[in-house]
Design a protein around this ligand. Structure first.
Ligand code: SAH
Length: 346
């Protein structure tokens, strides 16, 4: 029966105000309810204590509040927490809290499954079922903010869209979620503390630039040589490096924001001098940062993390070319919560 009712959180504040006016009430009632839904995170109409019982009943007969439910929590020995989150239709996504010395980062999902086919990523083995709605993305952040306060005595400080899915293939909803996260009526977080990570969808990178978004961009590059990139990220055949590079130039031209590249070095795949030279050539046009991320094996052994000599070569050559480089250790591996390990296994 509830299926026919509309999710009240799909309404904008304006639409909610209009709804109350049509119902013969006053527009400000819409503001009150909106605040309950977003700033106060109400999960039921009963929670809305400054709204009359009659109005609550009326809302209940017209709408539902679809909210996520944490199905399972796993805690890693390093403090990382992974939430398996159940959506209103029973599908599951995962989100991760990553504590560090001076920050807590939420790694959130943007889709159920993923339509891309990166061969080293566990999520790519799940079929893309659907896009997440803005409220489903927002709720993951709210849950992690609460966990951060509970387990680490501080609010959430950063968000990365590096969970399941390709955020730029669910661009509108990701943008709406970020609007809520950054708005004073939501969590009032600074967009500078939000990173959207993409496998590289050129058209959407240009759209982000045109929309003058204020959050940061990270690109999962992994190789700056088409042939190699296509062999590990087959969609690169559709969005080749030249197109990606052109979109990034456009992004930099418009935003003047530094570009971050995520990059894993694998044994026998991209561990030669030639690979580093191609990377330098690719990213030199703008201030760049390369995060060399640790590979998290996803069991068939085809991909192996390169040895430290190869990593050192990358670091030395990038630094010699004035490209910022960091070597990132992965977190939460013991609970399959690290990058590329999210696959609803638990
Ligand atoms: N689709 C987006 C966001 C999800 S993936 C993107 O591609 O950026 C988040 C990051 O995890 C990406 O940089 C991705 O390349 C990386 N990743 C995927 N599988 C991994 C693995 N097995 N080990 C380490 N990092 C991985």
């Amino acid at each position: 029966m509830d299926i026919k009712k509309k999710d009240i959180r799909a309404l904008t504040k304006e639409q909610l105000r209009d709804f109350f006016v049509i119902e013969g009430d006053q527009a400000f009632r819409g503001n009150q309810v909106y605040e309950w839904l977003w700033s106060k995170g109400a999960h039921s109409f009963e929670d809305m204590t400054n709204v009359s019982k009659e109005t609550r009943e009326m809302l209940k007969s017209n709408f539902v509040i679809n909210h996520i439910k944490v199905d399972q929590i796993q805690k890693s020995s390093d403090g990382t927490i992974k939430n398996a989150v159940r959506l209103h239709d029973g599908l599951i996504v995962e989100s991760v809290l990553i504590p560090a010395k001076n920050r807590t980062t939420a790694c959130v999902s943007s889709q159920v499954g993923c339509s891309l086919d990166c061969r080293f990523c566990a999520t790519s083995r799940l079929k893309r079922m659907r896009n997440l709605n803005p409220d489903e993305i927002y709720d993951q952040v709210v849950v992690i903010d609460k966990e951060s306060r509970l387990y680490h005595n501080r609010p959430l400080s950063n968000i990365v869209f590096m969970g399941m899915g390709e955020p730029l293939m669910n661009y509108n909803n990701v943008l709406k979620a970020i609007d809520k996260i950054t708005s004073p009526e939501g969590l009032a977080m600074s967009p500078k503390r939000i990173v959207v990570s993409t496998s590289g969808v050129p058209k959407m990178i240009k759209k982000m630039a045109d929309d003058e978004v204020k959050f940061k961009l990270a690109v999962s590059l992994h190789s700056a040589i088409d042939e190699i990139r296509t062999s590990i990220m087959p969609f690169n055949a559709t969005f080749p490096l030249a197109d990606l590079r052109e979109a990034l130039e456009y992004w930099y031209e418009k935003t003047k924001n530094r570009i971050t590249y995520e990059y894993i070095v694998w044994d026998g795949i991209n561990d030669t001098k030639n690979d580093v030279e191609a990377l330098i050539k690719f990213c030199k046009f703008a201030p760049s940062k390369v995060n060399l991320i640790e590979y998290n094996p996803i069991d068939d052994g085809e991909f192996q993390q390169a040895n430290s000599k190869a990593i050192d070569m990358y670091v030395d050559m990038l630094e010699a070319n004035n490209i910022t480089v960091t070597v990132r250790r992965s977190r939460g591996k013991d609970i399959d919560a690290a990058c590329g390990q999210l696959a609803n296994k638990a």
